[in-house]
Unconditional design. Structure first.
Length: 384
């Protein structure tokens, strides 16, 4: 009893207290209200306690409410009027507490003030092994209801079968759920999300999908970036296919993105195809680049959908060779023939950088040899 009395006389603002066997009763008890509502609550002290209405006061979340909002409705009953209530500060409810003059807690009530849930939107799903399914969604345009809101993902085979409920929540974020097994291939599924709280229920639109159309993978592994000999404007990228897809009948395509060390802007190379290596051209000499690769499986067992891109691999860094030309130097002046040749070479290099950008199928072995020779010739300063 002594321990119970001690706990009862302590106010804990982080918990909504509503102790049993209180010396007083608050009415209404634990109401649920819409934001902007008003409330009149009463605290009636048991006749066993020698307390009168003038011996009482109210607090909300530990803050004493002004006496101007009180009204004595009887010798041992005190009311409080709350207007234009804001959303609950905590999903467990706001603490409305009736106190005796010495600060002791006589009774407590939880106020749940918020909004009904909105219809969940943007349901997206993916499968990593063609047997599981992970889905995520958004809680609506606003999202915040100020009340604890439960989200339930449900699914069933289209045209027949019973409703099933997903059990493993928060696997890919706050609004997500994972179905680990017992899914059928070549069968469309209906998937939807139900949101519920103390003020109502909202149901999302139904999404229909086939597991084969939403297969994705882990990012490509073993990404390596290296220099291409002495070529100062190129880097070679190679990687391994995601291990999970080696057992599947599939085709894969890849994408590369890269950026310089001091920039946040990524450049994307789309024309990689299904090869697992690529050469980046047109880069800055003596510059550190970060490179990432991702994979898109498609045509799995004949599926006509494009597949879902994996996450990007972890960034891999490498630097291009530094140019050995002397800063501020200039080549000896030549005749008109040399001037024409220089202009034509400049135009040719510009064309190559523009049309052979990324990972095209153009054979550039001879061009690489020419560039190495050209760089060496600049050192000698006796040839164009």
């Amino acid at each position: 009893l002594a321990q119970h009395q001690t706990l009862r006389n302590r106010f804990l603002p982080s918990l909504c207290v509503s102790p049993a066997a209180d010396p007083a009763v608050i009415s209404p008890q634990d109401p649920t209200l819409l934001i902007g509502s008003s409330l009149v609550a009463t605290c009636t002290v048991s006749p066993d306690f020698a307390l009168r209405a003038e011996d009482l006061y109210w607090t909300l979340n530990g803050r004493r409410l002004p006496a101007a909002s009180y009204s004595a409705l009887g010798p041992s009953t005190l009311s409080v009027a709350l207007a234009r209530l804001n959303g609950s500060r905590q999903q467990s409810g706001d603490n409305l507490v009736c106190h005796s003059r010495d600060g002791g807690i006589l009774a407590g009530s939880c106020l749940y003030v918020g909004l009904p849930p909105e219809k969940p939107v943007n349901i997206t799903c993916w499968s990593k092994n063609m047997k599981d399914l992970t889905c995520k969604w958004a809680p609506g345009t606003e999202g915040e209801t100020f009340l604890h809101t439960n989200y339930t993902l449900k699914y069933k085979r289209r045209w027949y079968g019973q409703d099933n409920t997903c059990q493993e929540y928060h696997t890919a974020g706050t609004y997500s759920c994972h179905i680990p097994k017992d899914l059928a291939l070549f069968t469309p599924y209906e998937i939807w999300v139900e949101a519920s709280n103390r003020l109502g229920v909202a149901v999302s639109d139904v999404v229909m999908l086939d597991i084969l159309d939403v297969v994705t993978t882990d990012p490509p592994s073993d990404v390596h970036v290296s220099r291409v000999g002495d070529l100062e404007d190129q880097l070679s990228v190679r990687w391994s296919s995601p291990p999970a897809l080696k057992d599947f009948l599939f085709q894969a395509k890849y994408q590369i993105q890269y950026r310089v060390e001091d920039s946040s802007e990524w450049k994307v190379v789309d024309d990689v195809g299904n090869q697992t290596s690529c050469r980046l051209a047109g880069l800055r000499p003596g510059t550190v680049y970060f490179v990432q690769v991702r994979c898109n499986p498609f045509s799995i067992y004949g599926s006509k959908k494009a597949g879902i891109w994996s996450d990007w691999s972890n960034p891999t860094a490498a630097s291009t060779p530094r140019s050995e030309r002397v800063a501020g130097g200039c080549d000896p002046k030549g005749g008109e023939q040399n001037t024409t040749l220089r202009r034509e070479l400049k135009q040719f290099f510009g064309w190559v950088k523009k049309h052979a950008y990324g990972c095209s199928n153009l054979g550039i072995k001879l061009y690489d040899q020419w560039r190495v020779w050209l760089q060496k010739s600049h050192k000698a300063r006796n040839q164009v």
